[in-house]
Design a protein around this ligand. Structure first.
Ligand code: PEP
Length: 258
């Protein structure tokens, strides 16, 4: 982390977990134990039906709510889909785009790019995910793969909007597996992502953009991961479902930085 230049963000991704009633219950507990003085932004990306309950519960706080996906189109015959302006109207400030679980369902880099552009247009902060498979890591092509995903996902994102984008580096082999990237492995890729941003935009933008790590981050490993200079927070699945664990990760983000 480096709070001098950029925001630290601790974001939960609930995936397909919790009902609206469970959301209300979770948020009540979470609010009662949330540290008052904190140095990071806190976000929950929740299932679409849980958004109203989450927004209502967090109304008087600085905790942001986000969607887990969106459609790039503004409206139309897309049964079951949700448009960016619907998320905005429901009170969302963020949306996860290009999570590997959605890519596994067929989402392409072009889809990710269209969604990022539509999210920015609607005023949402996209949390754009990228990550390599175990085979790609073992083949030694992690950096090339991630560079390609970043370039494709950010195509046509203008210079004045790039700082609005949050990037989440999530090695696929570490998601939901309990197998975390080492702080050094995670730092190496996050640093290379910042280099890509520097080349695509500028040093100033590269310094200002928040890059998160995701993949089995929990209350035990968060401190060390967040101590890395280019890891500006976490995108957290499993550990965001338990208020006490998520709060401990928020507390780990309260460490001094460069
Ligand atoms: C995720 O879903 O983005 C994630 C990182 O999950 P987990 O923390 O459970 O690995």
């Amino acid at each position: 982390m480096n709070r001098k230049y950029r925001k630290t963000i601790i974001a939960g991704n609930w995936k397909m977990n919790k009902t609206p009633s469970e959301t209300k219950e979770f948020m009540t507990t979470f609010k009662s134990i949330l540290p008052k003085g904190r140095w990071c932004d806190v976000v929950f990306c929740v299932p679409a039906v849980c958004i109203p309950a989450a927004v209502r519960a967090m109304r008087e706080t600085r905790v942001g709510i986000g969607g887990e996906n969106m459609n790039a189109n503004a409206s139309g015959a897309y049964t079951g889909e949700i448009a960016a302006n619907m998320l905005v109207d429901a009170g969302c400030k963020y949306v996860i785009i290009g999570h590997s679980e959605r890519r596994a369902m067929g989402e392409t880099d072009a889809d990710v790019n269209a969604k990022v552009l539509a999210a920015l247009e609607a005023g949402l902060t996209p949390i754009m995910c990228c990550g390599e498979s175990l085979e790609q890591r073992e083949a030694g092509i992690t950096e090339e793969w991630i560079t390609m995903q970043i370039k494709a996902g950010l195509l046509n994102v203008p210079e004045d909007k790039i700082r609005k984008v949050i990037i989440a580096y999530e090695p696929i082999w570490a998601i939901g597996t309990g197998r975390t990237a080492t702080p050094e492995q995670a730092e190496e890729v996050c640093e290379s992502i910042r280099t890509v941003i520097r080349k695509l935009y500028s040093s100033k933008n590269a310094r200002a953009i928040s890059i998160l790590y995701g993949g089995s981050m929990n209350e035990k490993n968060a401190f060390e991961l967040l101590a890395q200079p280019d890891i500006d927070g976490g995108l957290i699945g499993g550990a965001s479902l338990v208020p006490e664990k998520f709060v401990q990760i928020i507390e780990a983000a309260n460490q001094p930085t460069a």
